[in-house]
Write a protein that binds this ligand. Structure first.
Ligand SMILES: [Fe+2]
Ligand SMILES: [Fe+2]
Length: 368
């Protein structure tokens, strides 16, 4: 099916399109002769992915969707309506269409063919300038969309990996959701602290939210007999259990070989050091004080605070008051006392998180 002739007034339709803003009505009237009015019915394909691009389309009325095949599946990249245009990229680069344009609501618009397009670029500097601006906007939007999709996919993948590790020894429902929130809240609060503030950037806060759920990922490599043992571990078993820190960190090393990004470096520090203690009596390396990476000192506090408020086979869930007292008791031994002070000064923020993600988190029902 090809296009049908349209009654659309070209000069009027050009007036609605950003490419022609700033042009006088006289100029629009003059250049309107280059355009051809066309109509398409709902469902018709205007441009097909892979075809040679020899025209630009301006939408007068109706709506189109831009669809790209990714593998075997079609993905709708965008929907465009009156005043918008499509097709300029292929026209300028002389390349094939990178996507299909399909009508979703009866379309009336204008087509500008290659030769007329070239003539317009030569004759109307304003049109050339607007075209450059449109292309730059389009590229920026494409970049932003790609980045957004990559970050979303990355977040989903990271969290599902953490859930996978957790599924072998599920901690209290919602633990992973809560620890990432505690870490984010605490990092945000520490930004106002004279010592910690300069160390915590926006990126730090964003990253800790993503990596906190990975803290126990190394547990995937711990044998069931130890991981699921209900009673106290023997010294030998504890020794094996404590390797979840080094084994997890080692797994991240493999990722770092391919992508040496700060987020993975932080993940490694959190996984490796979340059982270190401020007084140097933790594991695996017995690091002390500020030698323990800041994100790991934050993680330890978040992890233990949540464990205190949760029921375990060996203890009931603590009340908020009991948990607060316990945290204060370990300031300077298990925990960095300056971070504890900030947390206790703002303890209501942490209690709010605990309430919000208490048991039924958005997808806790899927934990096996
Ligand atoms: Fe752990
Ligand atoms: Fe944990």
């Amino acid at each position: 099916m090809g296009p049908q002739a349209s009654q659309l007034d070209p000069a009027l339709a050009l007036g609605r399109c950003r490419l022609f803003h700033g042009m006088s009505a006289d100029v629009r009237q003059r250049i309107a002769v280059h355009f051809e009015a066309v109509s398409f019915k709902t469902g018709q394909i205007i441009f097909k992915e892979g075809e040679v691009g020899d025209s630009l389309l301006i939408i007068g009325d109706g709506e189109v969707e831009v669809v790209k095949m990714v593998g075997q599946s079609p993905h709708v990249l965008s929907r465009l309506g009156p005043g918008e245009h499509v097709g300029e990229m292929a026209l300028i680069s002389n390349q094939r269409r990178s996507a299909t344009v399909r009508v979703v609501r009866a379309f009336h618009g204008l087509v500008l063919r290659q030769s007329a397009f070239d003539a317009l670029l030569d004759d109307e500097p304003r049109f050339a300038r607007e075209m450059l601006r449109a292309i730059s906007d389009r590229l920026r939007k494409t970049d932003e969309t790609a980045l957004e999709q990559m970050v979303t996919a990355h977040q989903a993948l990271t969290f599902s990996l953490a859930r996978l590790a957790d599924s072998r020894d599920p901690e209290t429902g919602g633990h992973l959701f809560r620890v990432r929130e505690y870490c984010t809240v605490l990092s945000g609060l520490l930004r106002g602290h004279p010592k910690f503030g300069p160390l915590i950037s926006d990126e730090f806060v964003q990253n800790i939210y993503l990596v906190a759920p990975l803290h126990d990922i190394g547990k995937v490599a711990i044998p069931d007999g130890i991981l699921l043992k209900p009673g106290k571990l023997t010294d030998a078993e504890f020794e094996i259990m404590s390797t979840h820190t080094t084994l997890g960190a080692h797994a991240v090393d493999t990722v770092l070989e391919f992508c040496d990004f700060e987020i993975f470096r932080m993940a490694k520090r959190v996984i490796l050091c979340h059982h270190e203690r401020y007084d140097g009596k933790g594991y695996p390396r017995g690091l002390q004080g500020d030698d323990i990476p800041l994100e790991a000192r934050i993680m330890t506090l978040a992890d233990i605070y949540d464990a205190l408020l949760s029921e375990r086979v060996y203890k009931p869930a603590f009340s908020y008051e009991q948990a607060k007292t316990e945290i204060a008791t370990y300031a300077g031994t298990r925990f960095d006392p300056e971070i504890v002070a900030v947390m206790l000064d703002n303890i209501d923020c942490f209690e709010t998180v605990h309430q919000k993600f208490k048991e039924d988190t958005p997808d806790s029902s899927t934990v096996d």
